[in-house]
Ligand binder design. Sequence first.
Ligand code: EPU
Length: 336
Amino acid sequence: MHEILTDYPLDDCNSFGFSARSRLAVLVRSEEDLRSALTDPRLKHLPRRLIGGGSNIVLSSDFDGVTLLMRIAGRRLVQENSDHWLVEAAAGEIWHDFVRWTLAEGYPGLENLALIPGTVGASPVQNIGAYGIELADRFDTLRAFDTETGSFVAFGREDCAFAYRDSVFKHHPGRYVVTSVRFRLPRPWQPVLTYPDIAATFNAAAAVRPEAVFDEVVAVRGRKLPDPAVIGNAGSFFQNPIVPATLHDALKADYPKLGGYLQPDGRIKLSAAWLVEQSGFKGVRLGHVGVYDKHALILVNHGGGSAAEITALAGEIKAGVRAKFGVQLVEEPVFV
Ligand code: EPU
């Protein structure tokens, strides 16, 4: 049975490290905790919010409702055959620790996604991706609680409607609470070295081990992304914009260094980091917040910052990029 905590501080529950309190909070340690909290008559009619790792939210104020903090733990091998390993993790597991565990146990396949902040439960919501792999490429099924029907449901890959940093869950905010995710890791393992930053250190002729890819991803990320435990941040703050090929071609004529990745639908994905840097924002400070000096896509809290400052800075960046390139940036984190 869940316990209700009052006047709960959320400072450690969001990776920007912003100060905010929740009138009530529940630490959800099991599916039963979740069900009982969601049907508790004392909580039922209050505004409700769920936080996993808190690495993709911008907390703007105290919350006069109940915050569910996802803390369900557990990870296991479900099945193993010549075609794949099927591994499962509960929603409250820290993503990076889970990835490290899969490698230690001998189930490779998630190594390119090392060091992505957040929890397993949040990973399908925005279809996390890095260095040539998206979660969707390794996804099998997930279990979620449907707050509308009050029952647990299973989602297959089609049900999730995964796309770049997108899934069905983003389109029904608050309706589903993911409680566990299963990953299908193909055998035999094959390295994914399509991303130049990662491929550069590997010799094409030599055998590559999954642990080496993991180490390289950790090293590359460590060089350009700030550790939220040291400098508050929410990872990439803007999505990479996907624009019509005509716009890309017109921009390319003016800015020959503009990169672009062709999408299956013929549109082109631009690098938001490049657009932000070229607009002059890399390393800028505004009050207590700023743009990280080693990566233009990361907004950081230098200490004592607030959501209002982040919102102001994000607004300036969006206006600057729009004025220079005619491209509208969209935030990745959720403002709450
Ligand atoms: N770039 C700049 N200035 C910078 C940083 C990068 O011009 O300050 C240019 C680089 O030249 C590079 C391009 O931007 O060619 C892409 O940069 P990077 O390789 O760092 O990747 P990204 O597109 O900025 C995306 C994901 C990251 C993921 C990396 C690696 C999004 C919004 N972000 O970033 O995900 O780790 O690719 O695959 O899709 C996250 O979502 O929190 C995140 C970190």
